[in-house]
Ligand binder design. Structure first.
Ligand SMILES: N[C@@H](CCC(=O)N[C@@H](CS)C(=O)NCC(=O)O)C(=O)O
Length: 235
């Protein structure tokens, strides 16, 4: 029997409508790129450890994204999900045609994860907290404050964060100017999915800071045009 794919995606506790995780979006953009059908299962922070193991008992330390790929079997990790999609389905490539293209895209992935994600996290700690219901807000606060710093302290100086996010976009802007299209050229690929997913996360919690820190970061339309073009991939 064929089992339909089910993707567990985190949503905010308040409206349960906002899918915000950059790692979930990486997986969704990879699935959408190959036109793969799947059902999304919305979960809050507190649902993750309860619902995922119920449906996918093989998953011992649940995180999102998890893709249910067979009866009772979940596949964790955005990159592992994209690799599964790449090797299982026909259609446009996610990682390019050669191992070196994939290698360069994974290098870009590391840049996004290590340079962009930490500063976006600092810019949205408070908004992420405010968008939870009471129980998820309490979980979010206690899990993030475990190290002894408050959410405000973790967020730090917001003006400096905006400066840092702008600084981290310089090389990305150069790559977009050179390519004249997606980071990966005429078709989007994994590198684009990592960048767009980071933007979705930032925009979904703090649209005004996103406008200032990303869309107005550089005095031309390159990043704004890229974000506008990315909307066609976001469903
Ligand atoms: N390397 C994993 C990271 C998965 C991960 O850490 N997901 C976060 C959301 S982005 C999560 O499940 N967090 C649960 C929590 O904080 O309780 C991936 O790429 O999928």
């Amino acid at each position: 029997m064929t089992v339909g794919l089910q993707l567990f995606e985190i949503v905010d506790g308040k409206t349960r409508q906002k899918s915000f995780s950059p790692m979930v979006w990486r997986a969704k953009l990879a699935l959408n790129h190959k036109n793969v059908s799947y059902e999304t299962i919305p979960v809050t922070f507190l649902d993750i450890p309860v619902l995922i193991p119920k449906v996918c008992p093989n998953v011992k330390a649940p995180t999102v994204p998890t893709l249910k790929v067979a009866d009772g079997e979940g596949l964790q990790d955005s990159l592992a999900i994209a690799e599964f999609v790449e090797s299982t389905y026909k259609g446009p490539s996610i990682f390019g045609q050669t191992p070196s293209e994939k290698n360069l895209q994974l290098f870009f992935d590391s840049y996004i994860s290590t340079r962009l994600h930490p500063v976006i996290q600092r810019l949205v700690y408070i908004e992420m907290y405010e968008d939870q219901d009471a129980d998820n807000a309490a979980y979010f606060k206690s899990s993030r404050e475990k190290g002894g710093k408050t959410l405000e302290e973790l967020g730090g100086d917001q003006a400096q964060n905006l400066k840092d996010v702008k600084d981290s976009l310089g090389l990305i802007h150069t790559a977009l100017v050179r390519s004249g299209g997606w980071i990966t050229g005429e078709q989007p690929g994994w590198a684009d999915f990592t960048l767009i997913s980071a933007f979705i996360w930032f925009h979904s919690f703090a649209p005004q800071k996103f406008e200032e820190g990303v869309l107005n970061a550089i005095d031309d339309q390159v990043l704004r045009n890229y974000w506008n073009k990315a909307q066609q991939l976001i469903q």
